[in-house]
Design a protein around this ligand. Structure first.
Ligand code: UD1
Ligand code: UDP
Length: 360
């Protein structure tokens, strides 16, 4: 029996890993074991996803926790290497662009264990983002590149990566289809605490926004202005909560709530009148649930959402620009088209089929 070691550590990776774990369990021939780096450790950022999405408990939990990029990635590299050396899986599977992704891919590649990268080929062309560095390095260390979009395939080609590239669709879409159905009956919001389309959903956690005092203040200022029109529900990432506390920033008109699980998040995304976010996953899910979105960033990896009219970028340092983009989106914005990327909800099955054949 062939063995795959899946490396996860941060919230969006648990969600992507769920789709893959479901697909692995539907097939025979490959056994998957999870290594959790512990990058995210609050129960609301980690345990809830394992529980709600029925992800198997990790075989190893490294409990590495937070730290500077070098310290955190270095500790992960050291500990993942030790485990991979002892376990010798046939393949290492990594997701996205976090420090856990980079450490997993690097540890495996140095041990000559082939790496498969799910969500390969995305680029923001902004090297100030830690994620951009992580994904470029990971792509160049990987043997298999599973791309969610045609643009991602194009980016890899530009960088000379043309073998082992598979356009499979987006595993997050696989999950969105399943959770949409469940959230309609199983979310706590079904009880009626919020009326559909009566609120804007906001999430902000990206380092370039939280760690820049002007940007975070501008985003919160814009949300406060928008709250005069629609209530703002803001599940707050611990990074953002910490920075606001450190800087004494408050925003009384915003309803901050603890981070929510996937069923509640799906309900919120599907029922919001508008989403304002800097999250990669959330801007895409906005489209999956056909909710208009404003992304408070200067660029995005998910360019199809912009081209199709579902998403627009707003300068995170310019409160007026954010309010203008949100107002336009609420009032109909651009004509909205369906997107040909992201697959048919079976991206994970396609990936497992490729890996099964490769490992046979
Ligand atoms: C990380 C990823 C980012 C991804 C995000 C998903 C990197 C470089 N960044 O960012 O790409 O979009 O996860 O959410 O890998 N903290 C807690 N509890 C936790 C986890 C974090 O309080 O369970 C706080 C700590 O103060 C920590 C800070 O959040 O220092 C940032 O956490 P970290 O994992 O370093 O980065 P994220 O901002 O979560
Ligand atoms: N998410 C969630 N609860 C929250 C905020 C986000 O379940 O309170 C989900 C969201 O639906 C998406 C994923 O977490 O699937 C995105 O993670 P995040 O925004 O932390 O990271 P990014 O996608 O930007 O890397």
């Amino acid at each position: 029996m062939k063995r795959v070691a899946t490396i996860v550590g941060a919230r969006p990776q648990f969600i992507k890993a769920a789709a893959m774990s479901w697909a692995f369990r539907r097939k025979t021939g490959v056994v998957e074991e999870l290594i959790h780096t512990g990058q995210h450790y609050d129960p609301g950022l980690s345990d809830v996803f394992f529980r709600e999405l029925e992800i198997p408990a990790p075989r190893h939990h490294l409990e590495i926790g937070s730290g500077s990029h070098g310290a955190q990635t270095g500790e992960m590299l050291k500990q993942v290497e030790r485990l991979l050396e002892a376990d010798r899986p046939d393949l290492v599977l990594v997701y996205g662009d976090t420090n856990s992704t980079l450490a997993g891919a690097l540890a495996a590649a140095k041990l000559h264990i082939p790496v498969a990268h799910v969500e390969a080929g995305l680029r923001s062309f902004n090297r100030a983002m830690p994620e951009e560095i992580n994904r470029i390095v990971t792509d160049h260390l990987s043997t298999w590149h599973f791309c969610p979009t045609r643009k991602a395939v194009e980016h890899l080609r530009t960088e000379g990566l043309t073998t082992g590239v598979h356009l499979v669709g987006d595993v997050m879409f696989d999950v969105a289809l399943k959770t949409a159905e469940r959230s309609r009956t199983q979310s706590r919001f079904v009880a009626g605490a919020l009326q559909p389309k009566s609120f804007t959903l906001a999430t902000v956690h990206r380092a370039e926004n939280t760690d820049d005092p002007t940007r975070l203040a501008a985003i919160l200022g814009a949300l406060s202005t928008l709250s005069k029109r629609l209530k703002i529900i803001f599940p707050i990432h611990p990074r953002t909560r910490r920075v606001m506390a450190e800087r004494g920033l408050t925003a009384k008109s915003i309803e901050f709530i603890d981070p929510v699980g996937m069923l509640d998040m799906t309900w919120l995304e599907a029922n919001a009148a508008l989403i304002v976010t800097d999250s990669g996953g959330v801007q895409k899910e906005a489209y999956f649930h056909q909710t208009p979105c404003v992304t408070v960033r200067t660029e995005t990896e998910w360019v199809e959402t912009i081209q199709a009219g579902w998403n627009s970028l707003a300068d995170p340092g310019d409160s007026g620009a954010i309010v203008a983009a949100a107002t336009k989106a609420l009032e109909g914005g651009l004509p909205r088209q369906q997107i040909a990327d992201y697959g048919d909800g079976h991206a994970a099955d396609a990936i497992v089929s490729v890996l099964e054949r490769a490992l046979a």
